[in-house]
Ligand binder design. Structure first.
Ligand SMILES: Cc1cc2nc3c(=O)[nH]c(=O)nc-3n(C[C@H](O)[C@H](O)[C@H](O)COP(=O)(O)O)c2cc1C
Length: 394
């Protein structure tokens, strides 16, 4: 297993030596990447000796084949850990600025990323730094929060690098996650469906698809082959995920049945329409009078799959406005699900259409795990931890 350790230019850079030793003791090879400013705080020679691997340094020459190989390296690593991460490096990673080797490397990494910030308390508390962290967290980057204590500048506050042991543990956990679903195929559904009323109108719902897309991206980061059956959404396809685009509930049903063959798990995060109209062949004309639409129930994809699921691990989502857990439990039982992820959608700013979510994951044995409000990327990680983690099923 190979872990990349990015070291940036803060006073805590010397602690990178302890992190290299910890990862080495745990049996992981370590590829150190130093920023130019980090070289002022810790010598490449020390890190090279401890890691027994050539340390990668700036400046780098974009025309050299060596540099291209460094980017290739991004494909091989099980995790990237940046420790210490300066305010500067956090801002660059958050914005996608790629003006040195570490920040360029980060953009090429698809494995899990961990950052361990360290800086003066005022720099840490600055809204610019907190915004960078929020952006990175929302992207699924794990943050090992700094400790509160005496800082090098002779004042106390938050900003001291977390203990090297904690950073090593976070790096190893991230690296293990990157292999966890290797060899497995997951089908994830996302987004709303559109049920046509006539050639120009449709019935739909407020689902943004973000929860399903975050799940698909997180599963791909853990090494799974992911087929994402997506309703119409305004989101870019996650890296390394096969996207099957559908519009109606019926198209989604057909695509799910097709994709589930040979799959290990189906995670139904889509908000599939429960009712569909019989569409008019030509545009319904405005007449000044009201019209009535006859709606028929759509076929229930989860219930159909649940009836003949075999070894397929089945995860449903229940977006409810009242009696959330109660109703989700009912869905779990009636559709033979292994897990149901329940969320309340009436609260402002989370759940449907939003960047954030708070959910309860229920299992067949009556267990319930609460995931407090977080970005959908973080919630997706917790869902995968619960569904595929060691403690998931007896
Ligand atoms: C003595 C000294 C200590 C510093 N310590 C930190 C630090 O702990 N955290 C931080 O974010 N910046 C720190 N800085 C500022 C960074 O070195 C500066 O922002 C630099 O541009 C970071 O470069 P890099 O992120 O490319 O490594 C320190 C600067 C000096 C001169």
């Amino acid at each position: 297993m190979l872990i990349a350790l990015g070291v940036s230019g803060g006073i805590a850079a010397y602690k990178a030596c302890e992190i290299v030793r910890g990862l080495d003791r745990a049996g992981s090879a370590v590829q150190v990447i130093l920023t130019r400013n980090a070289e002022r705080f810790v010598t490449p020679l020390t890190l090279q000796t401890l890691s027994r691997r050539k340390v990668l340094l700036d400046p780098f020459d974009l025309s050299s084949p060596e540099t291209v190989r460094h980017i290739d390296l991004a494909r091989e690593i099980a995790a990237l850990v940046v420790a210490p991460a300066t305010a500067n490096v956090l801002a660059k990673l958050a914005r996608g600025i790629a003006d040195d080797l570490l920040s360029t490397f980060y953009l090429a990494v698809t494995a899990p990323v961990v950052v361990a910030p360290a800086m003066n308390a005022r720099m840490w508390l600055h809204p610019a730094t907190q915004e960078s962290l929020a952006t990175l967290r929302a992207r699924g980057v794990a943050v090992v929060d700094p400790a509160v204590g005496w800082l090098a500048e002779g004042e106390s506050g938050p900003g001291r690098l977390a203990e090297p042991d904690a950073i090593v543990a976070a790096a190893l956990a991230a690296a293990r996650r990157s292999r966890e679903l290797e060899g497995k195929t997951l089908v994830v559904t996302a987004g709303p469906t559109r049920e046509p009323v006539d050639p120009v109108r449709f019935l739909s719902n407020r689902s943004s698809g973000r929860m399903g897309y975050a799940l698909a991206a997180a599963a791909a980061r853990r090494g799974a082959r992911v087929v994402l059956v997506s309703g119409p959404v305004d989101l870019p396809p996650p890296f390394g995920v096969e996207v099957v685009r559908v519009r109606t509930a019926e198209e989604m049903r057909v695509a799910v049945h097709e994709a589930r063959a040979g799959a290990h798990a189906l995670l139904m995060a889509a908000a599939v329409a429960d009712f569909a109209a019989r569409p008019a062949e030509s545009k319904i004309k405005k007449s000044g009078r009201g019209i009535s639409l006859a709606l028929e129930p759509t076929r229930d994809i989860l219930a159909e799959v649940g009836r003949d699921k075999g070894d397929l691990l089945l995860v449903g989502f229940a977006a409810e406005t009242e009696d959330v857990v109660e109703r989700a439990r009912g869905k779990l039982r009636s559709k033979s699900l292994d897990f149901v992820v329940a969320n309340e959608v009436s609260a402002d700013g989370k759940g449907i259409e939003s960047e954030r979510n708070a959910v309860t994951i229920l299992d067949r044995d009556g267990g319930a795990v609460e995931v407090p409000e977080a970005s959908k990327a973080e919630v997706a990680e917790r869902i995968l931890d619960r569904v595929f983690g060691a403690e998931a099923r007896p």
